[in-house]
Design a protein. Structure first.
Length: 295
């Protein structure tokens, strides 16, 4: 079973595959070229740069390995990849301001709260702890949040006691939040429509000061998994479309339902599907600003 990961730099994918033999990640070089240039054909750019580096006897090329990555036609094709150290050496071949920003992102990204939380999310699946979470309950959502953010936020797993808003929209009032959550918990979850209605209502409730989206998407998948033997392949849902649909869902959930339906898959126990889902889930939340407020 292949272990993959996707990072996002300026909305561009940088894919990686885990090499069991060397026990480290290898990152797709074409993706790096795409992230660091304005080239319309990053494959051609890498072929040109590869020839140039070979002529210069640059060690980066000699240390590259070929791994299979999913191509646009749906087939897996061999592509060059380098380890973390190789990424740093390769990025230095791009003398522009973007390269400096890229290196800061690549070197320090895993040390952020999101980076550390994402690693915990991977472990949630790999350790099978995900199978011990209560499905469709407030307690289950708290279990997810506590696991993802334990040791990172002092409020991990705790229902908020203050009001929060985003973009001028006030989430459920803290004064009435316990009662609101009890009502949501009682909502049925037998059909896709019922499950998505419940998911939308939990999003409006926003029970935690931070980390709601990342937690509730796992909560949603667990309900789908139990009731329909399905989960969402989040990599098939565009970030802007998702955020717009969720914003609209406060009054009309039709757009989010239309987005999720074609993204459903029966690969509920597939590690790659889950890992990609986590990568996209965290990508959705980049630059997400929650404001504290009062009524």
């Amino acid at each position: 079973m292949e272990k993959i990961s996707i990072r996002f730099f300026d909305d561009k994918e940088v894919r990686a595959v885990w090499d069991e033999t060397n026990a480290k990640w290898y990152f797709n070089i074409v993706d790096i070229c795409s992230a660091l240039t304005d080239s319309k054909d990053p494959n051609a750019y890498w072929r040109w740069l590869k020839r140039k580096l070979l002529q210069e006897k640059n060690q980066t090329v000699s240390e590259a390995h070929a791994f299979k990555f999913l191509a646009p036609d749906g087939k897996r094709r061999l592509m060059d990849a380098v380890d973390g150290e190789g990424v740093i050496h390769l990025a230095k071949q791009f003398p522009n301001n973007k390269a400096s920003k890229f290196l800061d992102w690549f070197v320090y990204g895993d040390n952020t709260i999101d980076g550390k939380s994402k690693q915990k999310a991977y472990t949630l699946f790999e350790s099978n702890l995900i199978n011990e979470i209560e499905v469709g309950t407030v307690k289950g959502l708290q279990q997810i949040h506590s696991y993802l953010f334990g040791g990172l936020y002092d409020f991990a797993g705790q229902i908020r006691t203050h009001n929060i808003s985003k973009g001028g929209f006030m989430f459920a009032s803290a004064n009435f939040l316990p009662g609101t959550l009890r009502l949501i918990e009682r909502m049925p979850e037998n059909t896709l429509d019922e499950i998505l209605d419940k998911y939308v209502e939990m999003n409006v409730a926003h029970p935690f000061p931070e980390g709601n989206g990342r937690s509730t998407r796992i909560w949603l998948d667990l309900m789908l998994r139990r009731a329909l033997k399905k989960c969402v392949d989040w990599s098939k849902i565009d970030k802007k479309s998702y955020l717009a649909a969720m914003q609209k869902s406060v009054n009309d959930p039709s757009d989010i339902k239309a987005l999720i339906l074609p993204a459903l898959t029966d690969k509920i126990n597939d590690r790659e599907t889950f890992m990609k889902g986590i990568d996209y889930s965290y990508y959705y939340e980049e630059a997400d600003d929650i404001e504290e407020g009062g009524e």
